[in-house]
Ligand binder design. Structure first.
Ligand SMILES: NC(=O)c1ccc[n+]([C@@H]2O[C@H](COP(=O)([O-])OP(=O)(O)OC[C@H]3O[C@@H](n4cnc5c(N)ncnc54)[C@H](O)[C@@H]3O)[C@@H](O)[C@H]2O)c1
Length: 263
């Protein structure tokens, strides 16, 4: 497929290089010219195991290049992956400014171009952001209806910094929030051949799954740290405690206590 990737940070750079190595023709887009130049020189703008070699290889083969020009990135492309940042505001709320800006830019470029294109949001965003905030922007700029004239999907990313290339090729799951079945088909085709179960769900469900995952991972880290502190205070070997805790796959590392049930 002919793919554009918006945002060449951790998620975008890894997605662009890995998709290019799977045989897709990829163009990366970033507002930061330094990142664009680095990619075109065959260098990764992020530090990750294996990413330097991968970017060098796919740029050399012509499967990946980068640009700062949105129109150039949209012409003749089937699908755009949006991987721009969604940092926290000082009050803890989600900053959607970059998502809104890139949606406007893509919508305007699509209005000039015509033909169906699928916009896939990979950035982490609160449930409702895609349908209530981004889809109306896209429809306004495209001058059409999402799900008919332009495809829309939410495809959260589950990679970890440090092992992101490995995680891309061996994902725990693939989650596709689809506005319409044709949009979901495009995303599923993109990852064809990767292991892991594929879940096709409504758009807000996909957004919520990412938050459930992030919250649970934070909960686990907090729990492990607290347990370690308590054990240390009691003179108990916390590593031994956690090893035995983890060995219990019936009640501990399992779905037990995570669904409603008998008191
Ligand atoms: N880093 C992770 O481990 C990770 C994992 C899963 C999900 N996520 C989510 O993925 C998203 C991206 O995260 P990241 O860590 O890659 O962010 P990042 O800050 O490393 O990269 C974001 C990039 O987007 C670019 N950008 C901003 N506006 C743009 C525009 N209009 N057009 C093109 N490029 C633009 C920025 O210049 C930057 O290079 C966030 O929503 C994040 O929460 C991150």
């Amino acid at each position: 497929m002919r793919v554009s990737v918006f945002g060449l940070g951790y998620v975008g750079c890894v997605s662009a290089a890995c998709l290019a190595s799977m045989g897709h023709e990829v163009i990366g887009v970033d507002v930061n010219q330094v990142k664009v130049d680095l990619v075109n020189d065959g260098k990764a703008p992020v530090v990750e195991e294996g990413i330097g070699e991968l970017v060098a290889e796919v740029v050399r083969s012509g499967a990946l290049r980068a640009t700062g020009d949105v129109r150039e990135a949209i012409v003749g492309r089937d699908v755009s992956l949006i991987c721009v940042g969604t940092p926290s505001e000082p009050n803890g709320s989600l900053c959607t400014t970059y998502l809104e800006r890139v949606t406007e830019e893509i919508g305007a470029a699509l209005a000039e171009r015509g033909g169906r294109h699928t916009v896939v949001f990979r950035s982490t965003m609160l449930p409702g952001t895609c349908l209530n905030l981004l889809v109306p922007i896209l429809e306004k700029y495209v001058g059409g209806t999402a799900g008919v004239d332009v495809g829309v999907a939410v495809n959260p990313e589950f990679l970890r910094e440090g092992t992101s290339v490995r995680d891309f090729f061996d994902p725990p799951k693939t989650v596709i929030g689809e506005l319409d079945p044709a949009s979901g088909d495009v995303v599923e085709e993109l990852y064809d051949g990767l292991p892991g179960e594929v879940f096709r769900v409504p758009v807000p469900t996909a957004e919520a799954i990412k938050y459930a995952d992030n919250a649970f991972h934070g909960l686990k880290i907090g729990f492990a740290n607290e347990l370690g502190a308590v054990c240390r205070a009691l003179g108990v070997d916390s590593h031994q405690v956690i090893d035995v805790f983890l060995a219990d796959r019936k009640l501990n590392i399992s779905p037990a206590y995570l669904r409603p049930g008998f008191a």
